[in-house]
Design a protein. Structure first.
Length: 277
């Protein structure tokens, strides 16, 4: 039986620097690992943002967008997908979340009190210059970040108590709020862990004689679900945030360095990766 490693990785603050959005400092290591493992971006980023990064990594691996909302699988990858798929450019897309228009309609419906919505500063309502100042992205990158198909990022201006009320209302209506690095994200009933399970299931169905080992790497609260799901979990230290509260006792590795060096640091500690070095 063949062995294969699937690495599900967050991007900003995990593989990419929180400030420069680059992984250049570990590019040789990344390229080596990418030649031996399947590296799957599992991010809150949009399709447009990840496609831009894919031009640099130059691989043909699937990726996951908007906090587990959709799987993008290249058409020329040998994965047979059952069920409903959408074709976008050269990708087969498996939707796990809900279309963004449904989220917008929910926010403007009578199901949701104005006291919650009025405390949300939604990304799509912000000017380009405002987002540039908040994120450090350039204007071209900001435009790609605003091309949301399955999520509404926002900055919360209210109290913690009101936010918790908001989360409960969303749950009752089959939506979810996740905390990312700079923004909260209002999405459908999905997450990065659900997306990991879905893509792993597709791999297993199509490669029955392969034994898959899963690794998940993240730095933030919205990464918890995939960190719990994976065989090995790597937590990358954040420059701007305290270490996440993460309850798992086995096969957890924590970096002392920040991204991108922290990404390399946690991987080289893991037995499956040690065997490749």
């Amino acid at each position: 039986m063949e062995d294969k490693i699937l690495i599900f990785t967050d991007l900003d603050g995990t593989l990419l620097s929180e400030n420069s959005y680059s992984y250049y400092k570990i590019i040789d290591f990344y390229n080596y690992i990418s030649s031996h493992c399947i590296i799957i971006f599992n991010s809150s980023k949009t399709y447009s943002e990840i496609i831009e990064l894919k031009r640099l990594t130059n691989d043909n691996y699937p990726f996951i967008v908007e906090n587990g909302s959709a799987l993008y699988i290249p058409e020329n990858v040998s994965l047979n997908i059952t069920g409903k798929i959408t074709k976008i450019n050269n990708f087969n897309v498996v939707q796990l979340g809900v279309p963004v228009n449904k989220i917008v309609n929910f926010c403007s419906s009578k199901k949701l009190s104005e006291k919650y919505v009025s405390n949300c500063n939604f990304l799509y309502q912000m000017s380009l210059s405002k987002i540039v100042s908040l994120t450090g992205l350039n204007r071209s990158e900001v435009k790609k970040a605003k091309e949301r198909n399955y999520s509404l990022p926002f900055i919360w201006r209210g109290s913690i108590e009101l936010l918790n009320e908001f989360k409960l209302i969303c749950q009752k209506n089959n939506f979810k709020i996740l905390k990312g690095g700079r923004f909260f994200h209002l999405i459908g009933e999905t997450d990065k862990g659900k997306a990991l399970r879905a893509l792993l299931s597709i791999y297993k169905q199509c490669h029955k004689n392969t034994r898959f080992t899963t690794i998940a790497l993240g730095d933030n609260q919205n990464d918890k679900d995939m960190l719990i799901e994976a065989d090995f979990a790597g937590i990358v230290k954040s420059e701007s945030k305290s270490l996440m509260n993460f309850r798992r006792s086995k096969n957890v590795f924590i970096s002392e360095k920040i991204s991108p060096e922290g990404w390399k640091e946690v991987l080289v500690k893991m037995p499956p990766i040690k065997n490749l070095l």
